[in-house]
Design a protein around this ligand. Structure first.
Ligand SMILES: Nc1ncnc2c1ncn2[C@@H]1O[C@H](COP(=O)(O)OP(=O)(O)O)[C@@H](O)[C@H]1O
Ligand SMILES: [Mg+2]
Length: 216
């Protein structure tokens, strides 16, 4: 349902994506494995329209969104948790989760419904909802970033190295949560990037490798 085809990108004159193609399917989890600098983050940013690409296409259900500005891709239901989680430190955890819903101007009842859904999946976020974004640990911040991305995700969920720096117990919990999403959210095509696939093999429907900007 989400398909990118032949997307290339250069940053500061250096080619970082070479004709990347990949397809994501609703209800399936795709893992994109590659070492540091391979182009994982750039691939996700290209899907989100956050960097200029040279040619190629990005389509949702066949409809080209490659020319849709980044701020409108959230409205297409693509949830994105960047590598650096960027919580607003002075906002509460709950307000951080709600932020994209406000940006999307979701009606109150829908906002509440999605927030309840996030809390049902990640009850630990409900427990810490009143804490300031600046007062949670790095690992907890990754959970908040997941919750925030889920407020938006109706078609696709893109997670950039969510396991990086997670303590083992949290990493297991995170993997379990991804497994639950895969089982219960047939509407969502999930893409997770990682440098090592260890925790993800059990929940991957498809595994792709990226090396020097090329997917094999
Ligand atoms: N802002 C930037 N300025 C210069 N080079 C960049 C920038 N962002 C990424 N790159 C380069 O693009 C390549 C791919 O980076 P990235 O997509 O971040 O890789 P990954 O996420 O797999 O670690 C790397 O060689 C990196 O050095
Ligand atoms: Mg990266």
């Amino acid at each position: 349902m989400l398909r990118i085809e032949g997307v290339s990108a250069a940053i500061a004159g250096v080619q970082v994506l070479r004709s990347v193609s990949l397809g994501l399917t609703s209800g399936k989890t795709t893992i994109l494995i590659g070492r540091n600098g391979a182009g994982k983050t750039t691939t996700l940013r290209a899907i989100m329209g956050l960097l200029p690409v040279q040619g190629g296409s990005v389509r949702i259900d066949g409809e080209e969104i490659g020319t849709t500005p980044a701020y409108r891709r959230a409205a297409q239901g693509i949830g994105y948790a960047p590598e650096d989680r960027r919580l607003v430190p002075e906002f509460s955890v709950e307000d951080n989760i709600l932020l994209p819903a406000l940006a999307l101007a979701l009606p109150g009842p829908e906002r509440k419904r999605r927030l309840d859904e996030v809390y049902a999946l990640l009850p630990q976020l409900h427990t810490m909802r009143k804490r300031p974004g600046g007062g949670v640990s790095g690992g907890q911040g990754k959970m908040v970033a997941l919750g925030r991305a889920l407020m938006v995700a109706r078609t696709a969920l893109l997670l950039d190295e969510p396991f990086q720096g997670l303590a083992p117990a949290l990493a297991l919990e995170y993997a379990r949560t991804l497994g639950e999403l895969r089982r219960n959210r047939a509407d969502l095509a999930i893409l997770v990037t990682e440098s090592t696939p260890a925790l993800l093999n059990a929940i991957a429907d498809e595994t792709l490798q990226i090396e020097r900007g090329e997917i094999s």
